[in-house]
Design a protein around this ligand. Structure first.
Ligand SMILES: [Zn+2]
Length: 215
């Protein structure tokens, strides 16, 4: 990225939208030229605080820094998409993002939790369940406590049910079985120390030339 090709506003600022690897939008804040240089220099996302009129490295007091992965200017170079690995929650409220994912849309439905990045949150939940594996706990805690063979067996079972459901005309049952399969596959990934993001990276590597650049 060429800093000189960017268009900063009359106040010397450009908005930075921070996105994590799971696709969640973490926060939005402003950068000036110095903030951008500091970000590129240190590898940690740094903004310009309009209220304090000072450079502000995200997480400098909370420790919840944003480790820079890549900066992509938009089409007319007056906004930045900042891809970063968060080292903790990004919002001062202690939530992962500044945008509340549980807020309902105007139609009364909550559209965002059901999008693909939500799978990242499910994975985080499954990691917590594995860390608290317990033979007397919840379904998931019990299954983690029973170990890889039991989880793998569930994946095979659910795969068989997906195949049976696919051949019926009941779309709802089919999607439900697919959800069961994906859930248990996620459990198996987490149990083996892998992530759905690793799977996506492999798929992306295989198909990048037909689906466009970096995800
Ligand atoms: Zn916030």
């Amino acid at each position: 990225m060429d800093i000189d090709s960017l268009t900063f506003g009359p106040d010397g600022l450009i908005p930075g939208i921070v996105q994590d690897r799971a696709g969640a939008v973490r926060m939005v804040a402003w950068l000036n030229r110095d903030a951008l240089l500091r970000t590129l220099d240190t590898g940690f996302v740094t903004f310009w605080s309009r209220s304090r009129q000072a450079l502000w490295t995200k997480g400098e007091t909370s420790g919840n820094r944003l480790r820079l992965v890549q900066i992509r200017p938009d089409c007319d170079a007056d906004a930045l998409l900042i891809l970063a690995e968060p080292e903790g929650p990004s919002c001062h409220r202690g939530t992962e993002t500044c945008f509340d994912p549980s807020l309902e849309g105007p139609s009364g439905v909550a559209p965002w939790p059901s999008t693909l990045p939500w799978l990242g949150r499910l994975e985080a939940l499954l990691k917590a369940r594995k860390a608290s594996a317990d033979p007397t706990g919840s379904y998931t805690q019990k299954l983690f406590a029973q170990g890889v063979d039991r989880i793998a067996k569930k994946v095979v079972e659910e795969a068989g049910e997906v195949i049976l459901a696919a051949k019926n005309e009941d779309r709802e049952a089919f999607v439900g079985e697919a959800a069961d399969l994906l859930f248990h596959l996620e459990m198996l990934l987490v149990d083996r120390g892998a992530s759905l993001l690793d799977v996506v990276a492999v798929l992306h590597h295989r198909h990048a030339d037909r689906t466009g650049g970096p995800a």
